[in-house]
Design a binder for this molecule. Structure first.
Ligand code: HEM
Ligand code: SF4
Ligand code: SF4
Length: 527
């Protein structure tokens, strides 16, 4: 990781930690900005449908109908109108924070370009929704937006007649133009839903619902805000006058005042250029992609664990092609693979108890094979000395592991902590290669590879295959999820863990055990 990115990530983690203190990792809104985006989207849809029932789409009636909704029906329609406005403002905030966060976290490179690139049209669609929405109110703000937007569109030079002429005087304005706006305000959210769905297609278990408490708290806050500060219209539009003062919604309309200073063409160049730059960011600067995971059919029994655990939908289970009795085989879709190694950690054949010559799992990472991991584990632990020898497994996105190295502490970094099959913990502890194992990496709730910490914890707790065998003493395993900025906390926890291990004393060596979690094929071989 470059120094700048590392510093930005550390800065982000500091802010995350402040929020963690208030909300805890499970409810931290910064960890679920995309899900909050979905939530605000649904609030605007539901409230929008309600408003539409009472909204009159005629240009002369629109304003009045909204006045009725706001003032007469304040207890229902009024709240719905405020929810509609505040949720759409909140959508802008979480979307921009989400964009910034994904960028700082570096979650846009390699196969992850897809979510990034499909996010860029979402920016345009969200703004188009908001702007067309304000237009429908037909107050002085709408009048300002209508004139500024059409003048801006005219700068493109694609319309035969300048469309801004529609707003020169009341007589020129046709109801058709207004109806077109209403149509846009309904059609764009539908297109947006489609793009939002596409946006998460390459994510396994994409999080589209925020944590329950966060959902209720956010909704409660929006309702409270709606009661305290209801959304209202400004003075009705009057095309015979030029609106002198309008209150802008800065979330949606921040670019409009620029049109007073620069030409429409220049503003198109800025937003077009910015969008193009955003679209290209996943490849700037170009970097080498690590080799994708590869399947070894001779060791794959088609159990499907790798496909279930891959966070990026890069593995599919296909009908068996090698004539063996198994019904399925794992197939890696290489362009979707980010080389996180989580699949290798999920494969039942990735066990260090197998003899080294045989250690070719059903699925593996060419640039860090499970066999190499076994060799590294043996090499690092062979150098450990003293009491309370600890092997630390971490990920590339966590604290600097080298800073922990000591005669009694060895370190190994993986692309993701979930690349580590639980049988490695069994192997290290029960074979007494070390007295304890410490697992570290990204902060809890914010795994760089989305699901790595969750899968690891479920495997250790025996809730997910391949699980850690019961015979492994849990007091010899410690987890510390702190991220890049958490080195000091990790050092403290490591010291405390080692003190605990010393108190526990040496572990009795286990008698040789049968191979754990062997695949069907292995069982066949042994039979
Ligand atoms: C309406 C606006 C948006 C919504 C509702 C939304 C929603 C989501 C959701 C639910 C996820 C999955 C999170 C997870 O489970 O890990 C996600 C991921 C992502 N989004 Fe968005 N998003 C929006 C806009 C954007 C924009 C504007 C960008 C950037 C241009 C963007 C870039 C990404 C990236 C890079 C990921 C992560 C992909 C990965 O982890 O590989 N999104 N988004
Ligand atoms: S045996 Fe390994 S490679 Fe084959 S499906 Fe199961 S987890 Fe995937
Ligand atoms: S390394 Fe495995 S788990 Fe990770 S993206 Fe590739 S196929 Fe999926």
């Amino acid at each position: 990781m470059s120094g700048l990115r590392q510093r930005s990530r550390a800065g982000l983690e500091t802010v995350d930690n402040w929020f963690n203190r208030v909300f805890g990792p499970a409810w931290n809104p910064l960890y679920q900005l995309g899900a909050l985006g979905w939530f605000f989207y649904w609030i605007t849809v539901v409230s929008g449908v309600y408003l539409f029932i009472f909204f009159d789409t005629g240009i002369n009636q629109a304003y009045e109908s909204l006045e009725y909704i706001t003032n007469v029906q304040w207890y229902a329609g009024g709240i719905m109108r405020s929810l509609h406005r505040y949720a759409s403002d909140a959508l802008i905030i979480v979307m921009l924070l989400h964009l910034l966060r994904e960028y700082v976290m570096g979650r846009l490179r390699g196969a992850r370009w897809f979510s990034w690139v499909t996010g860029v049209p979402l920016l345009w669609l969200v703004f188009a929704c908001g702007i067309s929405g304000y237009w429908m109110v037909w107050d002085v703000l709408a009048q300002y937006i209508a004139i500024a937007s059409t003048e801006w569109l005219d700068a493109l030079g694609i319309f035969g007649e300048p469309i801004a002429r529609n707003f020169l005087n009341p007589e020129a304005l046709s109801g058709r133009f207004f109806t077109l706006m209403v149509f846009i305000h309904i059609a764009v959210p539908l297109i947006m839903l489609l793009v939002m769905w596409i946006h998460i297609q390459r994510q396994t278990n994409a999080r589209v619902n925020p944590a329950k408490g966060l959902t209720l708290g956010t909704l409660g806050m929006l309702v409270a805000l709606s009661l305290v500060e209801p959304a209202v219209s400004q003075a009705p539009a009057d095309l015979s006058k030029v609106a002198a003062v309008v209150n802008l919604d800065w979330f949606y309309l921040a670019a409009y005042p620029l049109l007073d200073r620069i030409s429409g063409g220049a503003l198109w160049a800025i937003v077009g250029g910015a969008s193009l730059l955003l679209l290209l960011l996943p490849w700037l600067p170009p970097k080498r992609r690590e080799a994708p995971a590869v399947v070894d059919l001779g060791n794959c029994n088609g159990c499907g664990r790798c496909a279930a655990d891959c966070p990026y939908t890069a593995i599919s289970m296909e009908p068996r092609s090698d004539g063996t009795a198994f019904s399925q085989e794992a197939v890696v879709n290489a362009p979707l693979c980010v080389s996180c190694g989580i699949c290798a950690g999920a494969c039942p054949t990735s066990t260090p108890f197998r003899r080294t010559t045989e250690l070719i799992p059903g699925i593996d990472l060419p640039e860090l094979t499970i066999r190499a991991l076994r060799e590294q584990t043996l090499a690092v632990t062979a150098n450990l000395s003293g009491a309370a020898r600890v092997l630390v497994f971490g990920c590339r996105y966590g604290p600097d592991l080298q800073a922990l190295q000591a005669p009694g502490v060895g370190v190994l970094a993986l692309p993701c902590i979930a690349m580590l099959p639980p049988s490695f913990l069994d192997f290290v502890i029960t074979r007494r290669h070390a007295d304890g194992v410490l697992l570290t990496g990204c902060p809890a709730g914010n795994c760089h590879h989305r699901l790595g910490i969750e899968w690891t914890q479920q495997r250790l707790a025996g809730e997910r295959d391949p699980y850690l065998r019961k015979r492994v003493p849990r007091e010899r395993i410690h987890e510390c999820w702190v991220g890049i900025s958490g080195l000091r906390r990790l050092q403290k926890e490591l010291a405390a863990f080692r003190a605990g291990l010393k108190a526990l004393g040496a572990l009795e060596r286990e008698p040789p055990q049968p191979v754990p979690q062997a695949s069907g094929r292995e069982r066949e071989h042994r039979a």
